[in-house]
Design a protein around this ligand. Sequence first.
Ligand code: COA
Length: 175
Amino acid sequence: MLWKGGAVAGHTVRLVTVQRIADRDLWVVPATFRDLWPLARLQRTCFEPRQAYSVFAFLVLWAWPGVRVLTARIGDELVGSVVGDRRGRHARVLNLCVSPAWRRRGIGTVLLAALERELEADLYTLMVEDKNSPAIALYRRFGYVPVAEIRHYYGRNRHGVLMQKRRGERPSWRE
Ligand SMILES: CC(C)(COP(=O)(O)OP(=O)(O)OC[C@H]1O[C@@H](n2cnc3c(N)ncnc32)[C@H](O)[C@@H]1OP(=O)(O)O)[C@@H](O)C(=O)NCCC(=O)NCCS
């Protein structure tokens, strides 16, 4: 569903999508400046400290042309976020994060589908740690396939997997 306007917590926002999750409305909306602090807090629940985006990192991304920072909210709670960018027809998924308390309910799926739609590219790529099986499982269900291993990308003996998906290869899953 694509609406162009809506209200969350009394503020007018551009609604990217809304879905029913666990009998609640899940709103996906672009991040506002005020979201940068809660976004950084959420990162620390999803990633180890050196991988978690800081407020400053979010500020730079949020202000950068071509970058999308989307938030997922249930009521007033920030339950997930996704960051991606596009150059020409190539889009990158830079970061995906769902609050531990809200995992396995389809929120990562909703966020990734929303980002792909927003970026509208021909080629989507992302990097994921080879041991991150939940994320790899999610990306595979979306049609991403591994195309290269970048050794020690995340540190010593922590390898990265470059995954990619071409537009039209598989529709975004569960839409
Ligand atoms: C990866 C992540 C975003 C998934 O979010 P989520 O909201 O739980 O994902 P979904 O509920 O949409 O899961 C969709 C599918 O992905 C797969 N999946 C997700 N989590 C999984 C897990 N822990 N184990 C196995 N498969 C998993 C399943 O196929 C799942 O479908 P199912 O629940 O019907 O079996 C979340 O676990 C997270 O934030 N992890 C920490 C941050 C991270 O690793 N981000 C990715 C970095 S590249």
